[in-house]
Every structure is written in C-alpha cells, then in structure tokens.
Design a protein around this ligand. Sequence first.
Ligand code: GLN
Length: 351
Amino acid sequence: MLGALKALHERYRVCDEGRIADYIPELAKADPDWFAIGIATVDGEVFEVGDCDQVFTIQSLSKPFTHGLALEDRGRQSVMQRVGVEPSGDSFDSIIRLDANNRPHNPMVNAGAIAVTSMIAGDSPRHRLERMLDMLGRMMGRRPTIDQAVFESERTSGHRNRAMAHLMLNFGILDRDVEEILDLYFQQCSVIVTARDMATMAATLANGGVNPKTGERALRREYIRDVLTVMHTCGMYNYAGEWAYTVGLPAKSGVSGGIIAVVPGQFGICVYSPPVDERGNSVRGIRVFEDLSRNSGMHVFETWHQHGQVLNHIEGVGNPSPALPDTTQPVGDATVHKREFELDERAAGED
Ligand code: GLN
C-alpha cells in the first residue's frame, strides 16, 4: 500500500501547474512543493507519504463538518429551509444564485457555509466557537487551534463574503449580527490541520461518524449520509459533475490546497498540495484522485468488484502499467468491452 502511495507521490511531484491562492494574503506564504497523501482506514490504520506533518488552514474542508453539526443542532428541515442541497454550477464564492433564489444553493459554497455556520447552537460567540472546535477535535482526534494570522487576513480581506452575508441578512437567511457570524466562519476556515488529520476526519465520515483512532463518536450517524450526499454532489464546486464522473467519491476541496474524499465504510483520503486551479481545487490533488480512482475501482458506481475490496486494489496502483486498463477500445466504429474478460478471471480468482 505504502509503495503504491509513494509511486503516486513520485508521479505527480513534478507537476508544476496551478497557482497558490493569494486572495487571502496569508495563504500566499505556502510553498508550492508541499505535497502529502494520507489514507486512514475505518480500522485505525494510517498510510502516509510526503509532507503529512505540514500544517495548513482547513479552509473549505471544514464545510461538510459544520454542516453536520448544524444538522445535529437544528435538524434537517430547519437547515433545508435556509440552505438547499442543489449543486450551483458556479464558483465557490459566487453571489449570483443567492440573489436569484433568496437561499444559498448548498452548504459547500461560501454563502451556504456562512448560513450553516450561523446555525451552530450556543449561548455566546465563545460558546459557539468552542462547540465547533469540540466537534472538529472529535473528528481529528486532537484539540484543534486557530491560525490567528490567517483569521485576521480573511477578516480584513473577506469583502465578498461580507457582501454575501449582508444579502442573506436582507433575505432573512441570517438573523443576527453579521460580523459575529463572519468571525465564526473565518475562524472555522482558519483551523490548523495536517493531511494526516484530514485523512482521519474523512475516515470518521467513512466510519459512520465514529473516529477510528479514538473510538469516540464525533457526529450522529443519521446525519453522515446527508453530509456525504452533499459532498458528492456539491463538494468540488463547479467541478463537482466532472469529479463525480471521473473520481466518483464524496469529496471536498479547500483553497489552501487540500482535498478529502470518503470511501464509505472503508477509508478516508486526503491529498494536500497548495497550487490550485481556477476553480480553487488542488491540481496535484485532482491528478492523484483521478489516478487512484481509475486504477483501484474506488468509484462508488464501479461494479467490477465487491466494494469491500478497494483497499487491496490500491496496491496495484504503483505498478508501471495500470492495474486495470481503460474499459473500452475503439475498433472501427464498434467498441470492444475488453475488460469484462479480465474481470471475470479476477472475480474467479477472488472467490
Ligand atoms: N475561507 C475561504 C473563503 O471564504 C474558503 C474558500 C475555499 O476554501 N474554497 O473564501
């Protein structure tokens, strides 16, 4: 397994596409060479290569988790009243659809995430922050802290988010002091994590809400399905459709360069590499996930194996030739479904 991850790391280390996000000035300090891949299983095993000790701010990787907390605090119906579950097809910081519908499209785009954050229960700003940090702490298995410099940087430069919040106040989606809600949202985005933490958090979702490292329940099981569904349809913003097609896993990206994905019931993955594309998704992250999914069968709609075996197939990913080649080969205007034969043999061997 580790060999396969090392091979992937080696293969995409040389990729020099993408740019470090600098619209939050503090994020521009990241090194474009930082690159980590971590996998955490529901049995508590961890496989990691590269810069898994490198800290970064969680940014939008926090969004599925606060969505889960808001669901616990308010219930499905009341969250749905304020935030939808439709992919927007627009960029993560788009303000357009908000105006057209009076309700953010989903909790994965900034507007929806700000609305969801405003629904976290608590008696005071301090109490709400503590409850959010407690939940993230249960997810990662250690007490998280906030990067004050990134928080201040976002707070001073986040005019677009501020504009969204005011529009939502106008529509009654937000119902109290905008600056206080934005502070909690910016603090949430500034939580310090590593790729190892994020793999564990993804594994906690894979494990129905129980952290495989600590055995502690981090989120009620009944809401894990909601969270994963919204990640699947909306987690990669205006790349969500193509991601679902090529990678086929519930996932979330963040503008600091992390991408997490969940193989339900089995494991969580995090790839961290700061250079992002124009949609705010890590370039190396996308490459690694596409490679992994193509060659391991982890796509949720893959039918050539029992889903419980995905981890074993990852072993083959490091091989020079992919473990499973492309399904079809064009022959004139006909198509030969070549792989079916190989898969029959594989299935026979596994029984
Ligand atoms: N804190 C960032 C923002 O609000 C999060 C965006 C992201 O990670 N895509 O713009």
